[in-house]
Design a protein around this ligand. Structure first.
Ligand code: ACO
Length: 210
């Protein structure tokens, strides 16, 4: 499958700060930007910056950033699912995982996460993919937001729902291990039925138990 990446950008103001939301950007462009110290939910900021640079240059990888000048304050990633996760079992060329979305504390709750997704989905190429995201409460910044798991789950539903990603059922044991965890997905308009069926089969693998 040819992965077409068309650049889009938008501007917004949050707390009086001018932000540029743009992407997909290349690894070289991302390497030239500084990376905010507050972006530490998944790895220490330096390591996460390096990981994102690698993802940006993967054939299927897409990184959309929110930046103030040359300083990154938020990002979202799309790439093939981790080979250790069931979502990669069928090796679907047209299934991408929204792997991480993170906004620095100083500009949170100002619509940046929703804007990152809006810009991501401006690219019509996204209609060729099944986009999934796995929500595990242990990845959430409960302490930094002061929200409980259900309040946080509501925020994630609002962020993902803003581009039409919806809750979908699965019997994946990790997702089922806590009721606030969930799988969300959006199936692009041009995704063939065979891919949708393969995705359904990956979602349910323990039918003999029912
Ligand atoms: C696949 C994954 O990456 S799962 C992990 C998600 N990432 C993280 O948990 C990392 C740490 N957290 C963050 O980076 C941010 O808090 C995020 C990404 C969860 C949300 O980013 P934000 O830019 O703050 O979200 P945004 O401002 O677009 O808000 C979306 C909605 O949630 C609401 N919201 C956001 N934060 C809060 C909050 N702390 N309390 C109540 N509501 C909130 C917003 O008001 C908005 O509501 P609306 O749609 O009714 O207007």
């Amino acid at each position: 499958m040819e992965h077409i990446k068309r650049y889009h950008a938008a501007r917004m103001q949050v707390n009086g700060r001018d932000l540029l939301i743009e992407g997909p950007i290349s690894g070289a462009d991302l390497a030239a930007l500084s990376f905010d110290e507050g972006l530490k939910a998944f790895r220490i900021p330096d390591m996460q910056h390096k990981a994102l640079i690698e993802i940006a240059d993967l054939p299927e990888g897409r990184i959309i950033v929110a930046r103030e000048g040359d300083h990154v304050l938020g990002y979202v990633t799309f790439l093939y699912p981790d080979p250790l996760e069931r979502w990669s079992q069928a090796k679907l060329p047209d299934l991408l995982e929204l792997g991480a979305i993170e906004i620095s504390q100083s500009v949170r709750a100002g619509g940046v996460a929703k804007k990152l997704l809006e810009v991501s989905f401006l690219d019509d190429a996204m209609e060729d993919y099944i986009i999934i995201t796995t929500e595990y409460y242990w990845h959430w910044d409960l302490k930094g937001t002061g929200l409980d798991v259900w309040g946080y789950r509501k925020v994630m539903e609002k962020v993902m729902g803003s581009v039409g990603m919806i809750w979908v059922a699965t019997d994946d044991p990790e997702i089922c291990s806590h009721p606030a965890n969930c799988l969300m997905a959006k199936i692009g308009k041009r995704v063939p039925q065979e891919s949708v069926v393969a995705f359904d089969n990956m979602r349910f693998q323990n039918r003999f138990l029912y």
